[in-house]
Design a protein around this ligand. Structure first.
Ligand code: GRG
Length: 289
């Protein structure tokens, strides 16, 4: 699956002018991400009876949206990080202006790619439009951008449980959940299946974020491929700082299980998606009690 996704991303991001802009876009996309969101989207589509051809443009689009968000998240005006995916961040390599534009370029290319796909879907165009709308809403000011805005407003502050959950639900879970739902929609799944995918994705996303919060304090920079203890350094409220390690671990376990159960109730044609969800949950960080 990752090989197919990468080959399609290669095509969509084939070098062109202006060289430096496309180099910066390619640099972050091919920096070694896990491709979780596109795999969730394509895995849901294929597992529910759709085809890889139908899924690919949307799967690549979601990876472009995710990569843009990481580039912008690392900027000095946001998290100011030097390392991402084990490599210098975009602004460290290309300067801030070009990093902003690389993110903008990827975001727009994502929509260009989805719209072009919709245009060639024939009588399935409605599915494409719905999937693109779900991803757009999850990525934008009612989703990830909203969560990120609360994130930057929360620096150097102790926030309450409601704010933290809102932030995580939007910053992290929204795109993960939308990837699953969009995959199902592309396969032509019905309303109740789409609802289950969305809800399972919300739990999967929150578990994933709690894991990220735990890893931030338990792992080394080398293992993470991005700076360790960054939440602590930027004085950010996290799931761990608000609820403590033990509750974070317990909630992580519970949400992982609940998302697997919700996904397990659907009529899958293969075991790929459940395997992927399980892989995303593997290994609660144990160190640094
Ligand atoms: C700038 C609008 C805007 C949003 C940024 C994604 C994001 C929102 C911020 C990243 C902050 C962060 C560390 C969130 C935790 C969960 C997360 C999204 C981790 C990174 O995703 P992975 O692990 O990364 O899927 P790879 O590199 O494997 O793709």
């Amino acid at each position: 699956m990752i090989r197919i996704l990468n080959a399609e991303l290669e095509k969509l991001l084939a070098m062109r002018d202006p060289i430096i802009l496309w180099e910066a876009m390619r640099y972050s996309v091919f920096a070694g991400g896990k491709r979780l969101r596109p795999q969730l989207l394509a895995g849901a589509c294929l597992g529910l009876g759709g085809s890889i051809e139908e899924a690919l443009p949307f799967a690549c689009a979601v990876e472009m949206i995710h990569t843009y968000s990481l580039i912008h998240d690392d900027l000095p005006a946001m998290d100011d990080d030097d390392l991402r995916r084990g490599m210098p961040t975009s602004h460290k390599m290309f300067g801030q202006g070009m990093a902003i534009l690389a993110g903008d370029g990827l975001l727009n290319l994502a929509y260009e790619t989805m719209l072009a796909a919709c245009g060639s879907m024939g009588d399935k165009m409605g599915r494409g439009v719905k999937a693109a709308s779900i991803l757009a809403k999850a990525a934008g000011s009612s989703g990830m951008v909203a969560g990120q805005s609360v994130d930057i407003l929360s620096e150097n502050k102790k926030i309450d449980e409601r704010t933290l959950l809102y932030m995580h639900a939007n910053k992290t879970s929204a795109l993960i959940s939308a990837s699953l739902e969009a995959g199902g929609i592309l396969a032509g799944c019905g309303a109740s299946c789409a609802k289950s995918l969305k809800e399972a994705g919300e739990k999967l996303g929150l578990a994933f974020q709690i894991r990220d919060d735990l890893l931030d304090i338990t792992e080394t920079t080398e293992n993470l491929g991005k700076p360790a203890n960054s939440d602590l350094k930027s004085n950010k409220s996290t799931y761990v700082s608000l609820f403590g390690i033990e509750r974070a671990k317990a909630d992580y376990e519970r949400l992982s299980l609940e998302s697997e159960e919700a996904l397990g109730g659907l009529d899958w044609k293969d075991g790929f998606l459940l395997g992927l969800a399980r892989k995303m949950h593997k290994g609660v960080p144990q160190k640094a009690e």
